[in-house]
Design a protein around this ligand. Structure first.
Ligand code: 6MZ
Length: 364
């Protein structure tokens, strides 16, 4: 029953990694195919994909495997389409999907061609209306994306806004990070709104990424950082002092960092199942969600990697509601608050506020 409530409730997803959100069934099909070609041994890989409890270190090993399976233009297009369809089917009305542009010379893949494959995936969706172009570009090209998409010839049709974030992987050099930022700038007309810094938190130095992140900011791109997935007070403080528009996780903060975060009022993307599964937080009883929620700190519930952690955004809402004793009205309010933290333009924010029209809250 509760799951149905959160399934039908409109929701906003701001922290979802493309390759971490691929369906298990798709990954298994791809692994079987590569097994038949003799590229991998399927039986070695199958249990790795099916396993759901993994440490943070194991998660990054799994990503290396997923990337072997998916780093191909056609497959990237396919998983982008499937991931967006899956989020739309559980009434996510706005999705900020992030992915790390990849270069693989041996198959003729550049960071740009990788992103073009992602954009192809956005365009290939027919089961739901996908709004991904910035509205000022739509106006120039005469496209009307301002329709609500809720009715079409009298029949109601689902609509999802999708915007893209390009991720810098912590394994990358300053030059590689810079290339990603330049690409983000070129692809703004296709809905790229910002930059994310992610990847294995024990790899890489903040100073390596700072020039590219500063450059991104100068160009007007929004920035979100994976911050505090492991204890590293110096890095956490430098990240907060950079004043990103949002941060993800905030698991390993000490008193001084909490103070800074709260005084800067930086919204936090909270990924409950991910934090528990990776053992970054030992149990929901001690999760920082409760303290931040009680302090009215800006928060948004997110999934991180629905495929890797076998979750869904509705599932995250259900977990939060039962772990922290929040009613449906409070959960609706939490979903609605996220409108203010999206990186899309004000026109989209206005339309999203309409989706979360106050009258609707009576249903929850
Ligand atoms: C840090 C994460 C992550 O970019 O290939 N990623 N980075 N912490 C996490 N929490 C568990 N989950 C995913 O998607 C997969 C990539 O996203 C980042 C990692 O860099 C991973 O390789 P894309 O689409």
């Amino acid at each position: 029953m509760e799951m149905e409530t959160y399934g039908s409730m409109p929701k906003i997803e701001l922290h979802a990694h493309l390759n971490g959100s691929a369906r298990d069934s798709t990954l298994l099909e791809l692994a079987r195919g590569l097994g038949e070609e003799g590229v991998i041994v399927f039986s070695d890989v199958e249990h790795v994909i099916r396993k759901s409890d993994r440490s943070l270190t194991e998660v990054f090993k799994l990503f290396d495997l997923i990337h072997i399976l998916t780093t191909d233009h056609k497959i990237i297009t396919r998983i982008t389409k499937e991931v967006i369809e899956d989020f739309a089917s559980e009434n996510v009305v706005y999705l900020e999907l992030r992915t790390t542009p990849k270069k693989n010379i041996s198959i003729g893949m550049t960071k740009r061609s990788y992103m073009e494959a992602v954009i192809e995936g956005l365009k290939a969706i027919t089961s739901v209306d996908v709004d991904f172009m910035p509205h000022d570009v739509d106006a120039r090209s005469g496209l009307n994306s301002l329709s609500t998409g809720r009715t079409c010839n009298g029949t109601s049709r689902k609509k999802i806004y999708v915007r893209l974030l390009l991720s810098i992987d912590r394994r990358e050099t300053t030059e590689a990070a810079m290339e990603t930022v330049k690409l983000a700038l070129e692809l703004r007309q296709f809905g790229v709104v910002g930059i994310d810094l992610s990847g294995n938190p024990i790899v890489g130095e903040w100073a390596t990424f700072l020039p590219a992140l500063k450059f991104a900011r100068e160009l007007g791109l929004c920035i979100t950082l994976h911050c505090g997935e492991v204890p590293n007070p110096t890095e956490i403080r430098s990240m907060l002092d950079f004043l990103p528009q949002r941060i993800g996780h905030a698991c390993c903060f000490e008193e001084a960092e909490w103070k800074k975060l709260k005084s800067f009022n930086i919204p936090v993307e909270i990924c409950l199942t991910s934090n528990i599964r990776t053992n970054t937080i030992s149990s929901l009883d001690v999760h920082h969600f409760a303290d931040l929620y009680n302090a009215k700190h800006p928060l948004v519930l997110c999934t991180d990697d629905v495929g890797v952690f076998s979750t869904s955004l509705s599932g995250e809402y259900k977990v939060a509601s039962s772990a922290f004793g929040l009613g449906k009205g409070e959960m609706f309010q939490l979903a609605r608050n996220a409108v203010e933290f999206v990186f899309a333009d004000d026109g989209v924010k206005r339309e999203l506020r309409e989706v979360f029209w106050p009258g609707l809250s009576g249903q929850y």
